[in-house]
Design a binder for this molecule. Structure first.
Ligand code: 9UX
Length: 69
């Protein structure tokens, strides 16, 4: 497992945080996600053989938010 931290734009309330968390968690290969609403960031623990940054970007985009980085 590897870890990455990405910046997430567009979160303005606690439910936004949950939406982003759930979107990332739903990806096969993601084992842990911690989203900080205050910092606008997501700490992701994932298997790089199963999930890529592009997958994460797409999932967050589908949920209505934006990953920067
Ligand atoms: Mo909170 Mo986020 O009401 O799209 S869920 S603003």
């Amino acid at each position: 497992m590897e870890k990455m931290t990405v910046k997430v734009n567009g979160m303005t309330c606690e439910h936004c945080k949950m939406h982003v968390e759930n979107a990332i968690k739903s990806l096969n290969g993601v084992s842990d996600v911690k989203v900080s609403l205050e910092e606008g960031k997501a700490d992701i623990t994932y298997d790089p053989a199963k999930v890529t940054l592009d997958d994460i970007k797409a999932a967050v985009d589908d949920a209505g938010y934006e990953v920067v980085a």
